[in-house]
Design a protein around this ligand. Structure first.
Ligand SMILES: [Fe+2]
Length: 176
């Protein structure tokens, strides 16, 4: 833990301090990372409701891959939370599940509606990761967050493309 705390505050090598830009306290860092973890859990809950409702095997496979990305984010970010003295969140945001997650998606019928809802959800996940990425972090966290933001962009972009390709050419819920 001590080594990582140093890593986040600025790696000390002998008398040399390599990184000193520290916009967050350890507590703020833990809060930020836990916010990302909640967003990942929210996404997983929504995908698990969405996947069985899709009619195309390839779509289901792709969305399962996205679920695995979100699980990987949770696993890695949880390590950073623990190493910085925090306790990683281990569940989704119940209010969000009811408002936009599996409860809502569970009531949808049709690929267009499900994919449209997931695209909107991914937009929110993108926003959470984009906001977090505006902070300054030392490596390896900085690289990790950049990769995860890229994962999220790819999820959203795939959904946007897929919605355009749906036979009806329209969505019940817009992907904003
Ligand atoms: Fe995602």
């Amino acid at each position: 833990m001590a080594e990582l705390r140093l890593g986040l505050r600025g790696r000390v090598s002998g008398t040399r301090v390599l990184h000193m830009v520290v916009p967050t306290t350890d507590t703020e860092l833990v809060v930020t990372l836990n916010r990302l973890i909640v967003a990942d859990y929210d996404a997983i809950e929504a995908y698990e409701a969405a996947i069985p409702r899709l009619s195309v095997d390839e779509d289901r496979r792709t969305l399962r891959r996205f679920v695995e990305d979100h699980r990987r984010h949770i696993d890695k970010l949880s390590v950073f939370v623990r190493q910085n003295g925090g306790r990683p969140v281990d569940h989704a945001d119940l209010r969000r599940i009811v408002a936009k997650g599996k409860v809502v998606i569970g009531g949808f019928m049709g690929d267009d509606a499900v994919l449209g809802a997931m695209c909107s959800n991914e937009q929110e996940t993108n926003d959470v990761y984009a906001r977090a990425s505006t902070g300054s972090y030392v490596q390896p966290l900085r690289l990790l967050l950049a990769r995860y933001l890229d994962d999220e962009r790819q999820h959203r972009e795939w959904l946007e493309r897929r919605i355009i390709m749906t036979p009806k050419g329209e969505t019940i819920l817009p992907c904003l």
